[in-house]
Design a protein around this ligand. Sequence first.
Ligand code: AHR
Length: 498
Amino acid sequence: MRVNAAIHRDFAISEIDDRLYAAFIEHMGRAIYSGIYEPGHAQADGNGFRRDVAQLVRDLNIPAIRYPGGNFVSSYNWEDGIGPKEGRPVRLDLAWRSKETNQVGINEFATWADELGIDMMLAVNLGSRGIEEARNFMEYVNHPSGSYWSDLRRKHGVEKPYNVKMWCLGNEMDGPWQIGAKQAREYGRLADETAKALRAMTPDAELIVCGSSNDQMPTYPEWERSVLEECYEHVDYISLHKYFGNSSRDTLNFFGKIEETGRYINAIGGVIDFVKAKKRAKNDVYICFDEWNVWYHRREEDSRRWRSWDWPEAPALLEEDYTFEDTLFVAGLLNEFIRRSDRVKIACIAQLVNVIAPIRADKGGKAWRQSIYWPYQLASLYGRGTALRVAVDGPKYDCEVASDVDYLDISAVTRDGTVTVFIVNRHLAETLDLRLSLTGYPGASVEFHKVIEGHDLMATNGPDAEPIAPTDGKGLAVEDGALGGKLAPLSYHVVRLK
Ligand code: AHR
């Protein structure tokens, strides 16, 4: 099947914010404890953090990480995690019915993130707590000295403030499952007042207000309108969350959910514009897609387990085994974020280690890369710069969630005269014969071509073998001003032209 596509050097979508490739990690399951942190593990450093896990994280070149939750944050006391470790209380985490030992708190996490060169994006608890605790947390984290909380931080051995810029005003506050869930207007008022307090302390803070927990919530997208009407002028981003699954075993429909995500982004973009116009506001609000991933393989089983278990400490939870199909899906979703980088400035893969994660860390054992690690890594490494429009003229399909879905899923990013194209052939059986015309890149040639293809859709990686990984591709070349060649069915390609 023939597909014609075209890019032009001057036809850009937007500068991509590097934080499009951010991540999220929560105190839940084995994400922190026996995930990134496992004192006593052969690979543990002096602070108890696993070096092998840290290396896999480092290789992703993650710009920012959202912490400490998630649902967890809505009943979390951040003060439980500061000061001498032996004096820290064990608490019941109401979100995941688990025990929280507080052996990792803000200072330990900050040390870990700093060593990896990752900026923190901190969430405050607006569920069981409010403005007072949020301002105290920010004072501890960001104020230099001479006040109660900043001096306490110094007493805890951290002389310099962390100067954290990104702050999330709660988590999924519309969700009935959330501790301290709120009505839209009620939450919007609280978010507005919390934003005012936080900005008084850190004027250049970037504040993220909670949108709906997902686009299937009964109050979506009315929630976004009501919340933004209360706080538009005082926030910078509104959060979107979406998790994806393919329980019906319909691959093309699964891939169609990327189109559905495009509609979600469009809808929220429309709400933002509506509220901006209604309020005659000057500031812009962008989208922070701060939780996204595939989550369905063990979802039902896990949900049954955690609702009835007896408050375990760091239990295995949401440890999804990702497939080759998920690799293709994640590659496509990242393409959508690149294509919508005009609206979506921050996006966080949820989560990073063990819990619905690209990295797995076996307790006392190996750290290894899941199949979805690779599209996330390749986008993070090569998807920075300016997103280019890609016109596509090729075969399409209809499915339950979307119509006219292109079999060729493609995005393009340019930087310093290079172009990187990210391509998925979603077709189950047909090879696509690509001709991507390149205007404004005279003399371009293929610098490298990475490909992931040829696996069973349900194939997975594991601690002893990682068969799903990029290899060097062949058969794509630039000729007569166009990148051309054959793309096997169900294949993912990253091609850099220089
Ligand atoms: O990432 C797992 C959970 O999914 C988060 O705690 C919550 O915000 C979302 O519902």
